[in-house]
Design a protein around this ligand. Structure first.
Ligand SMILES: Nc1ncnc2c1ncn2[C@@H]1O[C@H](COP(=O)(O)OP(=O)(O)OP(=O)(O)O)[C@@H](O)[C@H]1O
Ligand SMILES: [Ca+2]
Length: 875
């Protein structure tokens, strides 16, 4: 390993064959990539397919089935044994396929949110996937970036980096472009940056020295490589439910076994009862249905511009009750245009500026030079606040745009008066400064938020004349600012000073005021409707912005976030409140203006103290802690920093507030569909359990054989359960209050409903069984099995929604009809193809018996639908 930090910049460049001005050529980069491999950490050892397959047999439920197979073999029912074994193997294969698929789709989602890196290649700044970065690349880092490779700093502009993921040290570290003589420990190598750290401030050009597993984090990556299987809260609670259910089944089986033996039944016959009960009770399809429905939900969300990074977020989304959203870009379009300019005591349009006016000239210097954006071929690059300023510059009469007129184009101006030093903008300080030589005089230009900047101005300039700022001047400026803000305009203030000092944040004082520029950022069209939908859904929308309070409230009113009786707080006002005072007000506060990232964490905490589930958007470097603290942290796919994307659990690929509401609706739908599918499976199982218990207690023969129950649980029941999972969102899904996150999935009301439905179906099945018993036990068994299967297929329609089938119809879910049809065909095959009789232990039925089955099976569904219709008409 070479100690790059101990060698000079030139030496390192030479060793890696790199070019500081041009970067690598794309061809050289490609060759290098083929040679060293992608810049990614090798994932921890994944479970092999065989391991996954074998794991499927570790389940207690499966063990019960294996025991059932053995018992069947002893009772001479070898066909049953064979079928159970085949079913078990098929089930394990299905489980394996599903596991692999789920992993793939998670990986696909991951790759959608893979980090990007900015590099210099072929002499141009380019954004590439982080995995394509190679040693020798020139990495262009700026605040908000994730460092994606190890590198030596070539040019440093006050870069600050957080290396906590590597060193555990949480403070930000100032980087330098020096060379070390002696050996120093990793944490002190301030002329290097390391993969996995976050750029919190400033910028730097860095020569990549190592990528992938060769990086420092790669070397210790084995520690974090154990890919833990993460289960969502819902999956965890279902796991708990399953294991409790398994225990209950075992106890019941023992009781039944005891009862049958006590009656003097031979052991093997008694065992058949126990087996039937066990198989009837186990919801084999449950966990796979939950996984499938979740996976389909996330895929749908991805298509609708919301990428889920963490599956648990789908569930949290369903109970979100507060959404704290950024204003700029999320609620608004982030398309800024300059409206009015306040300069020399007058309000002017850009077209009214005059190049021969010295005051106007200084504003234009400040506008163009103290600005990182650029306009090329009509494309805006950089911060929209800043590109709007360049567009304003171009509107000034006399600016040369290649037509030979007098004034310089912005790039010529930047070339002539190049930037000597700079202090970049950050949303805490809300200022930006640059230093230039103007007519050989060193001059510092400052621009930023008016409330911050005005405090630092001591003079004001009118034309060529600079004089001390009076109280009246201040009042005039603030009044003008207020006027702009009330119209929802963002205001930037401009100032300068002539000074030779080394530029730092300390230089931003004793300034001379130049003027104000106001910019318009119209709300997104969809925002108004989305906020209204959120309100209907019991979700409070709160606007959080770095902008001025008056501006923010004006926009919030337009969008419908701020209504009569609401409050607006600034970050400073928030700081002045105690937690207790904040708790008293928080529900009224609709707008937070001039917030700092720390304010955001406090806002999340306060809502969470009130047991709200909070979604918070963020795009900046410092938003990461608030995004992590929120229940659903949302990052912006287009404008968000890599750091914010890394911390979020959902990424909006269109940066649009309305997408969050869509995702909430999807989250609610996924949860409801899962709940309905679970209700369907459990009520069906319960009906079989009741029938077996009844037969046992009434000293009747065993009503089902294991194969029949397996057929129902694994085949005919899975079809409607999946169809229920595909149910499109209920149109009134956003008209309800958010789900209480603490409420259990199987609450009392739901359990009662499941019990009643299971009981109704079992009544039909028992009736069919008793009618069959007038003939032979074998016919009775066939009738009980057919009635159970058909009744459960029909029950699929009942569980699609709380509403009756007349209200929801079939049109929006053809899957439910297809599932029913397919299940019916399979049942018919078993009943009418003699070759299958042996396998499923059925007997040929008469036409009369078939009619009886159909009628008995339909009755529970008719009753359940009837209740729904009555309830609908009552409400
Ligand atoms: N590039 C910049 N240079 C100087 N000042 C700026 C710049 N951008 C914004 N400002 C000033 O800082 C204030 C806050 O901007 P900031 O970027 O923190 O808010 P924002 O992130 O754009 O808004 P939101 O939080 O709604 O997304 C603005 O109102 C403006 O006055
Ligand atoms: Ca912001």
């Amino acid at each position: 390993m070479k100690a790059y930090y101990r060698e000079s910049k030139e030496e390192v460049l030479k060793q890696l064959g790199a070019n500081e001005q041009q970067g690598l050529t794309s061809k050289a980069a490609q060759e290098k990539l083929a040679q060293v491999g992608p810049n990614a950490l090798v994932e921890g050892k994944k479970k092999s397919v065989v391991e996954v397959f074998l794991e499927q047999f570790k389940d207690l439920m499966v063990i019960i089935l294996i025991v059932a197979a053995v018992i069947s073999a002893f009772t001479g029912n070898l066909e049953s044994t064979a079928v159970i074994i085949v079913v078990l193997i098929l089930n394990a294969i299905l489980g394996t396929v599903q596991h692999v698929k789920a992993e793939k789709s998670l990986e696909a989602l991951k790759s959608l949110s893979a980090p990007a890196a900015k590099v210099l290649r072929d002499g141009k700044k380019q954004e590439i996937a982080a995995k394509d970065v190679v040693p020798g690349d020139i990495l262009l880092l700026e605040a908000g970036d994730l460092v994606t490779a190890d590198g030596r700093i070539l040019d440093n502009f006050s870069l600050q980096v957080n290396e906590s993921s590597l060193t555990g040290e949480s403070t930000n570290i100032d980087k330098l472009d020096t060379t070390f003589e002696k050996e120093v420990p990793l944490a002190d190598r301030v002329n290097m940056v390391y993969s996995s750290s976050l750029v919190t401030y400033g910028r730097a050009n860095v020569l990549v020295t190592a990528t992938g597993m060769e990086t420092e984090i790669g070397k210790i990556a084995t520690l974090m490589n154990e890919t833990k299987e993460r289960r969502t809260p819902l999956q965890v609670s279902l796991d708990q439910f399953s294991s409790r259910l398994a225990t209950a089944i075992l106890i019941f089986c023992a009781l039944i076994l005891g009862l049958q033996m006590w009656r003097g039944q031979p052991l093997l016959d008694a065992l058949l009862f126990a087996v039937a009960l066990a198989v009837a009770a186990i919801p084999e399809a449950l966990s796979s249905i939950v996984t499938i429905v979740q996976a389909m939900g996330t895929q749908k969300m991805a298509k609708e511009h919301a990428i889920i990074k963490n599956l648990a977020a789908v569930e949290s989304l369903g109970s979100v009750s507060v959404i704290c959203s950024d204003k700029t870009g999320t609620l608004t379009q982030n398309k800024m245009t300059v409206e009015d300019i306040y300069i020399g005591g007058k309000v002017l349009k850009p077209e009214e500026l005059n190049l021969s006016n010295q005051l106007h000239r200084y504003l234009l210097y400040d506008v163009v030079l103290n600005n990182d954006a650029s306009l090329s071929d009509g494309k805006k690059i950089g911060d929209p606040t800043e590109s709007a300023l360049l567009e304003m510059y171009r509107k000034v009469p006399g600016i040369d745009l290649g037509d030979g007129k007098l004034g310089l184009s912005e790039s010529e101006l930047r070339e002539h008066l190049d930037r000597l030093e700079e202090v970049p903008f950050d949303s805490d300080r809300k200022l930006m400064s640059t230093k230039h030589l103007i007519h050989t005089v060193p001059t510092i230009f400052v621009k930023g938020a008016i409330d911050v900047l005005l405090k630092r101005c001591v003079n004001i300039r009118f034309g060529d004349d600079v004089r001390p700022m009076t109280e009246q001047d201040r009042k005039d400026i603030l009044a003008q600012n207020n006027h702009f803000s009330e119209n929802g305009l963002r205001v930037l203030a401009f100032a300068y000073k002539e000074s030779d000092e080394e530029l730092s944040t300390d230089s931003e004082k004793d300034l001379t005021f130049i003027g104000l520029v106001s910019e318009m950022d119209p709300p997104r069209k969809e925002s108004v409707a989305a906020v209204a939908r959120a309100k209907e859904a019991g979700i409070r929308t709160v606007m959080i912005t770095g902008d001025h309070k008056v501006t923010a409230v004006a926009i919030a009113k337009k969008i419908g976030i701020f209504t009569d009786g609401d409050l607006a707080l600034t970050g400073l006002e928030l700081d002045a409140l105690s937690d207790k005072e904040l708790d008293q007000q928080i529900e009224k506060v609709a707008v937070y203006a001039r917030v700092s990232p720390e304010n955001k964490i406090r806002i999340v905490n306060a809502w969470q103290r009130k047991n709200h589930i909070v979604s918070m958007t963020g795009d900046g470097v410092n938003d990461a802690p608030a995004l992590k603290k929120a229940d659903v942290g949302v990052a912006m796919g287009i404008t968000g920093t890599e750091v914010s994307k890394d911390a979020a659990s959902m990424i909006l690929t269109d940066d649009n507030f309305a997408t969050i509401i869509k995702a909430v609706a999807n989250g609610r739908t996924v949860y409801e569909n899962i709940r309905n599918a679970i209700g369907y499976l459990l009520s069906g199982n319960l009906s079989a359990i009741i029938t077996v218990l009844f037969a046992s207690i009434a000293a009747l023969p065993v009503p089902f054989v294991a194969v029949q129950l397996l057929f129902i649980n694994l085949v005919t029941d899975s079809l409607p359960a999946l169809a229920i999972g595909m149910e499109p969102g209920n149109p009134d899904i956003l008209k309800r209050k958010p789900r209480d996150p603490k409420a259990s999935l199987l609450d009392k009301k739901f359990v009662t409903q499941i019990s009643i439905q299971g009981f109704l179906i079992s009544l039909s099945v028992i009736a069919a069984f008793l009618l069959g018993l007038r003939d032979t036990p074998a016919i009775a068994c066939t009738m009980a099995f057919s009635t159970l299967t058909f009744a459960r297929l029909l029950h699929g329609f009942n569980c699609r929604s709380q509403h009756s089938i007349f209200k929801i119809g079939f049109k929006n879910n053809w899957y439910s009809l297809a599932a029913f049809a397919l299940g019916t065909v399979l049942l018919a095959l078993i009943l009418f193809v003699p070759a299958l009789y042996g396998l499923f232990a059925v007997q040929p039925l008469t036409a009369q018996e078939v009619w009886l089955i159909v009628i008995l099976a339909v009755i529970p569904t008719i009753l359940i639908q009837l209740v729904k219709v009555i309830r609908e008409n009552r409400d």
